[in-house]
Design a protein around this ligand. Structure first.
Ligand SMILES: [Zn+2]
Length: 355
């Protein structure tokens, strides 16, 4: 694995790379051909969501996530730790934490289910993901010092368990290409805890690392710890800025040393008619065009003069604005393609720069 790419069984991911979130096994409103048309090389799926619907067993029976989704390129999966944090934070007895892992309320049936390091790993392996994450204990920014310490101890313990299980699973199938094993660094806002987590995870040994925990301040900036953690990690190892998605935060994380990104922001914004437009300046700034704004309803120009996506190549702002007004599904597809192309072009621009 060179620092310029991540090599997987389903192809190489050239770095830096933005992985659209195919949370439930789909990047909403577009298909694999669309994704390839705008230069997307890899996707990120949500293990807990797919475990819930349609279920890992069904996806595995149908040949794994690549076959199920009709996507031939690399797929990264997450550990589900972030979703469990949301359930714990929501209260209402939706999830509990113990040394064994998480117990959470399964929404469709209301029954309690276990999410342990072993179940988490096996679900990702059965999905056939090319990048899998160890189960981590993600906490909120307002967590107490005691809880931050507990999250690090459990994250390290679960990482150690997962590494052993992973090695045993891989040894059973020496003929198959192995997925890459990543671990997320926890430790909240405590520098010493982050350092302890990094040191222990490096000692256990992983193919890549993610920044775990909430990475954004209340006013939308990256927390300083994102850069601090990158500095603690070796320079050549892949670093995934989990969930970091606004263009300015992606650029800041890239400058800090991160090379893998995923976020639902660009596709969610597209479905809301919020489209990124390059300003063309040397600093590569951007603005956001709101498709439903009255000012675009008669505009004959493309969304972005500099963009070569299927939307900008074929239709005017006035037409996209019309599609959003009449709530046609084509609006979602064209807008999603445009925003993902914007991110692809941003990755290309970053790789032409020095971090
Ligand atoms: Zn475009």
């Amino acid at each position: 694995m060179s620092s310029g790419q991540v090599v997987t069984a389903h192809g190489s991911i050239r770095l830096p790379a933005f992985l659209p979130d195919a949370t439930r096994g789909v990047v909403r409103s577009i298909d694999s051909r669309d994704l390839m048309d705008v230069g997307i090389t890899a996707l990120m799926v949500n293990t807990m969501h797919l475990s819930r619907t349609p279920g890992v067993s069904l996806v595995a029976k149908l040949g794994g996530a690549h076959s199920f989704m009709g996507w031939p390129g690399p797929i990264a999966a997450d550990s589900g730790g972030f979703q469990v944090m949301s359930l714990v934070a929501a209260g209402k007895n939706l999830a509990r934490v113990s040394r064994q892992g998480f117990t959470y309320r399964f929404q469709p049936t209301q029954e309690f289910k276990q999410w342990t390091p072993e179940r988490c790993l096996d679900a990702q392996l059965r999905l056939g993901a090319d990048i899998v994450f160890t189960l981590d204990y993600c906490i909120t920014t307002t967590a107490s010092a005691a809880l931050q310490a507990e999250s690090v101890e459990l994250t390290i313990e679960w990482a150690r368990q997962t590494r052993k299980l992973y090695d045993a699973r891989i040894a059973q199938h020496p003929d198959r290409p192995r997925p890459l094993l990543f671990a997320a660094v926890q430790g909240g806002s405590d520098l010493d805890l982050r350092k302890r987590c990094v040191d222990e995870l490096l000692e256990i040994g992983f193919d890549g690392f993610g920044f775990g925990g909430w990475p954004i301040t209340d006013d939308g900036q990256l927390v300083e710890m994102v850069g601090e953690v990158a500095e603690m990690l070796p320079s050549g190892v892949p670093k995934h800025a989990l969930g970091i998605g606004s263009p300015e935060n992606v650029r800041a994380a890239w400058r800090a040393g991160y090379t893998l990104f995923d976020c639902s922001l660009p596709t969610r914004n597209a479905r809301r008619g919020r489209l990124y437009v390059c300003d063309g300046g040397a600093r590569r700034g951007y603005s956001v065009l709101v498709a439903t704004d009255e000012r675009w309803s008669r505009d004959p120009g493309p969304i972005d003069e500099s963009c070569d996506c299927p939307c900008c190549r074929t239709v005017a702002r006035a037409y996209l604005s019309h599609l959003f007004r009449i709530e046609d599904a084509l609006a979602l597809r064209l807008a999603t393609l445009h925003n993902l192309r914007f991110y692809r072009r941003m990755m290309d621009a970053l790789s032409a720069d020095s971090p």
